[in-house]
Design a protein around this ligand. Structure first.
Ligand SMILES: CCC/C=C/C(=O)SCCNC(=O)CCNC(=O)[C@H](O)C(C)(C)COP(=O)([O-])OP(=O)([O-])OC[C@H]1O[C@@H](n2cnc3c(N)ncnc32)[C@H](O)[C@@H]1OP(=O)([O-])[O-]
Ligand SMILES: Cc1cc2nc3c(=O)[nH]c(=O)nc-3n(C[C@H](O)[C@H](O)[C@H](O)COP(=O)(O)OP(=O)(O)OC[C@H]3O[C@@H](n4cnc5c(N)ncnc54)[C@H](O)[C@@H]3O)c2cc1C
Length: 596
């Protein structure tokens, strides 16, 4: 039964089509069972997908049934105390011993301890370990291995394994993130996950993969999944904040009139409606990214890896921007709920601590944007050589002659404006790199000196992609809808464009013919749009269709009994069990009597 709950709740989200499971879904029933992060998150989120992505069919036949039936519980241990970002710098070694046909796992020093893997501390008995593969005295770089770390009967760590929990964190405190060290721990040769590289019995290393970075495949998969996760988290947060804002009344802007719902303040609408619109933008972009991902998988099954670099660039920037926007906007939802938003029972602190972690894990924000930037600069250089551009970079063509794009304030025109900003910023980076090189720097230093601009260019590219996909997908999906639904969804996608155009006026002034008058118009349209969305705001968050059991919020429940729920929760707190707590007699009273 328990296993079934875990499977229903989490495996659907991983959307492993090869297993006949569904693609990403917005709602997750698991949230009603696990109030916090599940210690099984890594089992279904990374352990199982890595078995699928990195094992041969024979290895899958052995490990998948065990993992799917929860006969073994696994996690994914890549990060070490000393290195997370730089995977090639990992220090754990797996050295092949041909005489016993085993790998010997070793943690050479403190900084080589595996650190962070979810469920590793107390829950998992198996683990995917990324280690530098040595055979015949040669290091072949990091490779994944399946390692049993605990006895499946007693759950005791096996001899040669040092494992434990890493301690309290900002969030994720129920995920038992762990550390792991190896003292010459031996595993069979067959535990190397051999889809992309193999070691034969005599220790010969055989590379199978056509692309050098396929070992990083699970990370690409999880990055793709995270965009949809972010849409889901933000939809939850804004449901809480909008419902609360409809219940909460504050201040008296006009004398002799009742206190308005705070949702009627334009500033409150400015804080919240962009969250509704962003949740839609991310959901539609995540589905589009998922389709791109499955397309690339299909290409790779046919032996073609040409589309992988664009997928890596897209999944990197969309992971970075969706996690960063979501954490900022969830925090904005908390601000929008005033003091009560700070209550744990509002569920906003938990949502925030989850979202802000996603900005770091599975690839840090800056690091991933720089990966995208690498692709963008390379594409620019290829364009200069007259080579064709990939579909998501087709907009670079317009910047070839370097002239400013003329500003057009229709939604499609604004999307073209974002294209122009992205193209302009990428072009500026290429110019900066070339200038530094002409001044005598080598390429790496010229790149370093341009990284602040490169991060900005990758952000601009990602924003342009989101704007285009959001606009196009909204038009496509609402084609058969009623005029009312179509109009409201069109308002939401227009709001996204206006909001970001106003956020990026500096860039638009630089790379398009936008004028002061155009900015005034944008501002006026934006404010008018907020008022148009206001009557539908509660309906729009209700349409996300979260059950109260999933939302778990005193502020956001469907019935709006905010104050009653806050009081009910307050009365449950252990400090309210007795009218006078022991500390009064032990410390406070003696202090008042001058006896301390
Ligand atoms: C619930 C919580 C769960 C959390 C779990 C975790 O956090 S688990 C832990 C999660 N941990 C992390 O996420 C760690 C984040 N760190 C990383 O992913 C890598 O260390 C790196 C990508 C930053 C650099 O890697 P590097 O030093 O090996 O590479 P390089 O920069 O020298 O580039 C060389 C070439 O490789 C290309 N390429 C790179 N990646 C990919 C890819 N996936 N696919 C395809 N291609 C890729 C790149 O574009 C470039 O191509 P070019 O231009 O030559 O044609
Ligand atoms: C809640 C949580 C759960 C996690 N779960 C797992 C797990 O299950 N398994 C696992 O293996 N790992 C896990 N991790 C680890 C996570 O993947 C890493 O923390 C993450 O990849 C960032 O790496 P880092 O910690 O080494 O940061 P660092 O790379 O040390 O980052 C520190 C700073 O340096 C900057 N920086 C680093 N490199 C560059 C560069 N090349 N250029 C410019 N700036 C740079 C970063 O931007 C950042 O500002 C988890 C982390 C968290 C927070």
């Amino acid at each position: 039964m328990y296993g079934q709950i875990v499977r229903d709740g989490l495996v659907n989200v991983t959307g492993i089509e090869d297993l006949g499971l569904t693609s990403p879904v917005l709602q997750r029933t698991s949230d009603a069972f696990f109030k916090e992060i599940s210690p099984f998150l890594l089992h279904f989120g990374m352990f199982v997908p890595t078995i699928i992505g990195q094992c041969t069919p024979e290895q899958q036949a052995k490990w998948l049934p065990l993992a799917m039936d929860l006969k073994i519980i696994g996690t994914y241990a890549q990060t070490e105390l000393g290195h997370g970002t730089f995977i090639r710098g990992l220090e754990t070694t797996a050295t092949y011993d041909a005489s016993t046909e085993q790998f010997i796992l070793k943690t050479p020093k403190l900084s080589s301890y595996k650190w962070w893997a979810g469920g590793l501390g107390k829950t998992a008995n198996h683990c995917i370990v990324l280690a530098q593969l040595y055979t015949k005295g040669v290091c072949h770089g990091p490779h994944p291995f399946i390692v049993q770390i605990r006895d499946t009967e007693t759950h005791m760590p096996l001899p040669g394994i040092k494992v434990g929990e890493i301690g309290p964190k900002l969030g994720f405190n129920t995920a038992d993130n762990g550390f792991l060290g190896f003292e010459d721990f031996r595993i069979p040769r067959e535990n190397l996950m051999m889809k992309n590289a193999q070691v034969t019995k005599d220790g010969t290393y055989v590379k199978v993969a056509r692309h050098g970075k396929l070992t990083y495949g699970t990370m690409v998969f999880v990055r793709v999944m995270l965009v949809s996760d972010m849409a889901y988290c933000l939809a939850k947060a804004v449901t809480i904040a909008v419902r609360y804002s409809a219940v909460r009344r504050q201040s008296q802007p006009k004398p002799d009139q009742p206190e308005p719902q705070v949702l009627d303040y334009l500033t409150q609408q400015h804080k919240l409606f962009i969250c509704i619109s962003t949740a839609h933008a991310m959901k539609l972009t995540s589905t589009w990214l998922w389709n791109t991902f499955t397309g690339v998988l299909a290409d790779m099954r046919d032996g073609n890896t040409d589309t992988l670099p664009e997928l890596h660039a897209l999944s990197s920037c969309l992971k970075a921007i969706s996690t960063s926007d979501t954490s900022a906007l969830i925090e904005q939802c908390r601000f929008a709920c005033g003091g009560h938003g700070y209550m744990y029972s509002s569920n906003l602190p938990a949502l925030y601590s989850f979202a802000t972690a996603t900005r770091t894990y599975e690839g840090d924000y800056t690091v991933l944007l720089l990966q995208t930037a690498r692709f963008l600069v390379k594409s620019w250089e290829q364009m200069d050589e007259g080579k064709p551009l990939t579909p998501t970079l087709a907009y670079l063509e317009q910047s070839r002659n370097g002239s400013q794009v003329s500003w057009d304030d229709s939604p499609e025109g604004i999307v073209r404006g974002f294209d122009a900003v992205a193209a302009g910023r990428i072009g500026a980076c290429v110019k900066s790199i070339r200038k530094h090189i002409n001044n005598g720097m080598d390429y790496e230093d010229a790149w370093q000196m341009t990284t602040v601009q490169l991060v900005g260019a990758a952000e601009a590219h990602c924003r342009a992609v989101i704007c285009r996909v959001y606009r196009d997908e909204t038009a496509r999906l609402t084609a058969g809808c009623s005029p009312g639904v179509k109009a409201v969804l069109d308002q939401l996608s227009t709001l996204y464009l206006l909001y970001w155009a106003l956020e990026r006026t500096g860039d638009l002034l630089r790379f398009s013919s936008l004028s002061e008058r155009d900015i005034e118009n944008l501002q006026a349209r934006y404010e008018a749009l907020l008022l148009k969305i206001r009557p539908n705001a509660v309906g729009l968050v209700d349409a996300f269709d979260f059950r109260d059991e999933v939302l778990m919020s005193t502020l956001g429940s469907y019935d709006g009994r905010v104050y009653e729920r806050l009081m009910e929760e307050a009365l449950k707190t252990p400090l309210n069990r007795e009218p006078v707590s022991d500390s009064f007699h032990k410390y406070i009273k003696p202090m008042m009597q001058g006896k301390l």
